[in-house]
Structures are given as structure tokens and as C-alpha cells.
Design a protein around this ligand. Structure first.
Ligand SMILES: [Zn+2]
Length: 412
């Protein structure tokens, strides 16, 4: 296989890839506890090998700790303040509209995947969920398809025909562990067939939303992932893995969801004039019922912002409240896509709008979710040892969206 080692850059970051397949995996929703627990039972031998002969550490994700925010950061190498994707939804106050931003038209930065393809790498993006494909493959020459709609991929639009034949696997159900395993298996097939040498494989967090780290279902799922990761290593790939966010249980001792309905709370205390946006809201409600640990509050009467902020800050279960200026700086948010206040909740608490906006009956038996500070720190594992410069970076404040930088520049 003839692999290009042309350097390229994106958003001010230079990349000098080796002449080897490069694979970055986003293990969606993989809090470090999942890896720890599975490794403790000796069911991830390949990852254990990566951790001992390469690198394993913790990195800080982007906030809100949601999927599309962090996937956008990973493929651009920059924070939401720069790339502009701050959730699945934002409220456009000028147009008085709640706008879905799961499309590349809202992306304000170039992707390093497009830059790599322009530099001569054979780039492939495989994502579990179709909703991410548009942003991840923005202006990229190469292959991009989702597990969810694998059987609909076409050469003109996806860079590949007959995905099921090429990969040897049927299109999986989206609410399954197989959706993630399919992504890894597809990546292996693309390398084996010489169709790709620079891959971003983005999994789905359905399993993590549904099962705790010590559940047998989780252990079996991570063990199955490990088998596929082993095949990538066998192919001579440099493999870097991280997560978009962690995952925590958000229930009361009786097992019911531990929710604060912020719009109702504010209306009861201050009267009407509030709009709460839950940027986790997306069509995949079965995971989380649109409940996460981060909401954005819009307030009609700007003169009461500070009073509302101070009141929210002392409510049990709420751990952080920031005004727009602070959210823009501290939480790295795009100013025009955040609200008057940003509210984050405790490790075991989710924040919502009003009960009628959240279909809790759609949940699979329990509520595990993310979005806040307690799902911000995630693992980073690299198959090859870090060079001196990146060992120093790893000991500073590395980000999950440095994963391509570490995997490419940290191992040469
Ligand atoms: Zn996710």
C-alpha cells in the first residue's frame, strides 16, 4: 500500500503523518470506568497492550459534553467557540426560532479530515449515527457513511457503493452494540482493501446510556470492541482512541430520573418570560429523553439576569451557573449560539425544560446521561509511545480534540 506522508495543516495546527494507516476512534460515551472495569476483568487484552506499550491518560473534552459538540472538536482540533457547534439545538433570538445545528452549514472551521484528503491521504469517516455524517465529512474527498444507513451509501454522495459487500456486514440496528462494532469492522475492511489509510471511526453510546460499566452487557461489548481494535493493530495502524464525553447515572435512590425542570422552576419563582433550551435534544430519544446536565436559559427581561443567576446557583443539584460572557470564555462557547445563562447540574442530576418536553417512557429502563462537568474528563489511549514533546503536552491540559495531533505528531 502506497501511503502519503505529505504534511498538512488545519485551523493553525500542523500534522506530519507517518506512512502507516492512522485510525482515530471516538468511543462514544466511554467514561474511563468502562475501560478500567473491563481491563480489570482481563477482557481488553489489546487495549491493555496499547496502554502499557503506548500511552494511556485522561484528557478534557469540550463543553457541553455532548456528542456532536465533541465530534466537531475532534475533526477540527478546536473548541466550540471556534467551530460553532455548541449542541444539537440553539435558540436564534433574532429569528425567534429554535434551530437544529446537525449540519455542516453551521460549522465555522475547516476539518483536518478534509485537509488530509487534500494532502493525498485516503480518508474515510465511518460514524454509527447518520446525524454526524454531514459535519464530519464536510468538504472531504473520500469515503463517509454511517452504520445506521450503510445500505444507502452511494459512490456519488458517500464515496463508496455496496457497503454491506465491501465490509462483509449487514446494516445494524442503531439501538445496539452492533452499530458501534460495525463501525470498527468497516474501518478494518477499508484498510484491508486499500480503500482508506486515514480513518475517523465514531461509535455510538447506546450501550453506555443503557448499561453501567460493571454490567455483563458492557463487559461483553468492550471485549468485542477490543477484538476489532486488535485487528487494526495487526494491520500496522497507529491507533488513537478517546471519547466525546463520559456517562453517569442520573437517578434517585428509588431508580426514578433525578430531574430539575428549570423552566418550571423559574416561572414559579419569577413569573413567565423564560425559555430553556436543552441542547442534547435530538431524534434519538431512546437514549436519554432529551435530558442532560447542561441547559441554556434565555430571559426576556435582561434586567433580572443577575438575580436569576444568583437564585439558580443556590438550588440543590445545580453546580454551575454562568452568564454569557463567562460561558463564552470559560466554557468556550460561540457567543451568538449560547443564552443569557448556562446551567450545569451535579453528577447524578439532569436538567430539563418542563415535563411535557421530555418523554421519559421512551427510556430503556434507567437514565444514564451526560452533558455537564462530570462527563468532561475522558480517556485517551495511543497505540505507540509518545515522543518527548508530547509527553510534556500529555502532562499539561490535553484535550480530547487533540487526539489527531497526539496520534499523528506525538508518535513520530
Ligand atoms: Zn456521545
Amino acid at each position: 500500500m502506497n501511503i502519503s506522508n505529505n504534511p498538512f495543516s488545519a485551523n493553525g495546527i500542523n500534522y506530519s503523518p507517518a506512512e502507516k494507516p492512522i485510525v482515530v476512534i471516538c468511543i462514544d460515551g466511554s467514561a474511563d470506568e468502562y475501560l478500567d472495569t473491563t481491563m480489570a476483568f482481563d477482557r481488553m487484552p489489546n487495549l491493555k497492550k496499547m496502554a502499557t506499550s503506548g500511552y494511556r491518560g485522561m484528557v478534557r473534552g469540550a463543553l457541553p459534553s455532548f456528542t456532536n459538540v465533541n465530534n466537531s472538536s475532534i475533526v477540527t482540533g478546536v473548541s466550540p467557540a471556534v467551530h460553532g457547534i455548541s449542541g444539537n439545538f440553539f435558540y436564534d433570538a433574532d429569528k425567534d426560532q429554535e434551530v437544529m445545528m446537525n449540519s455542516a452549514e453551521y460549522l465555522r472551521a475547516e476539518t483536518l479530515l478534509a485537509a488530509a484528503s487534500n494532502a493525498g491521504r485516503k480518508v474515510a469517516v465511518v460514524t454509527a449515527k447518520e446525524k454526524l455524517r454531514d459535519i464530519l465529512s464536510h468538504k472531504m474527498k473520500g469515503i463517509a457513511f454511517s452504520a445506521e444507513k450503510a445500505n444507502q451509501a452511494k459512490r456519488e454522495t458517500h464515496g463508496i457503493d455496496n457497503v454491506e459487500e465491501v465490509t462483509g456486514h449487514k446494516t445494524p440496528a442503531i439501538y445496539s452494540g452492533d452499530a458501534s462494532l460495525f463501525v470498527l469492522r468497516a474501518g478494518i475492511a477499508l484498510i484491508e482493501k486499500g480503500l482508506a489509510d486515514f480513518l475517523y471511526l465514531s461509535l455510538t453510546d447506546y450501550m453506555q446510556h443503557t448499561y453501567s460499566p460493571e454490567a455483563e452487557e458492557s463487559l461483553a461489548f468492550y471485549e468485542a470492541m477490543d477484538t476489532e481494535i486488535g485487528k487494526l493493530l495487526q494491520l500496522g495502524a497507529i491507533v488513537g482512541a478517546t471519547a466525546d464525553h463520559g456517562m453517569n447515572s442520573k437517578i434517585k435512590p428509588d431508580g426514578s430520573p433525578n430531574v430539575l425542570f428549570v423552566e418550571d422552576m423559574l416561572e414559579e419563582k419569577f413569573g413567565n418570560g423564560f425559555r430553556v433550551i436543552c441542547p442534547i435534544t435530538d431524534p434519538y430519544v431512546k437514549h436519554h429523553g432529551a435530558l442532560g446536565s447542561y441547559v441554556v436559559v434565555h430571559i426576556n427581561d435582561k434586567s433580572i439576569i443577575n438575580d436569576v443567576k444568583n437564585w439558580l446557583a443556590i438550588q440543590p443539584g445545580i453546580t454551575e451557573v454562568h452568564d454569557k460572557v463567562t460561558a463564552t470564555r470559560l466554557l468556550e462557547q460561540p457567543e451568538d449560539r449560547t443564552g443569557d445563562l448556562v446551567v450545569l447540574s451535579a453528577r447524578d442530576v439532569v436538567v430539563g425544560r418542563r415535563p411535557q418536553y421530555h418523554d421519559l417512557s421512551a427510556l430503556d429502563s434507567t437514565l444514564r446521561s451526560h452533558g455537564g462537568r462530570y462527563e468532561e474528563m475522558v480517556p485517551m489511549i495511543i497505540s505507540h509511545p509518545l515522543n518527548a514533546a508530547y509527553k510534556i503536552k500529555a502532562a499539561a491540559d490535553p484535550r480530547n480534540f487533540d487526539i489527531f495531533d497526539f496520534t499523528i505528531n506525538g508518535t513520530n
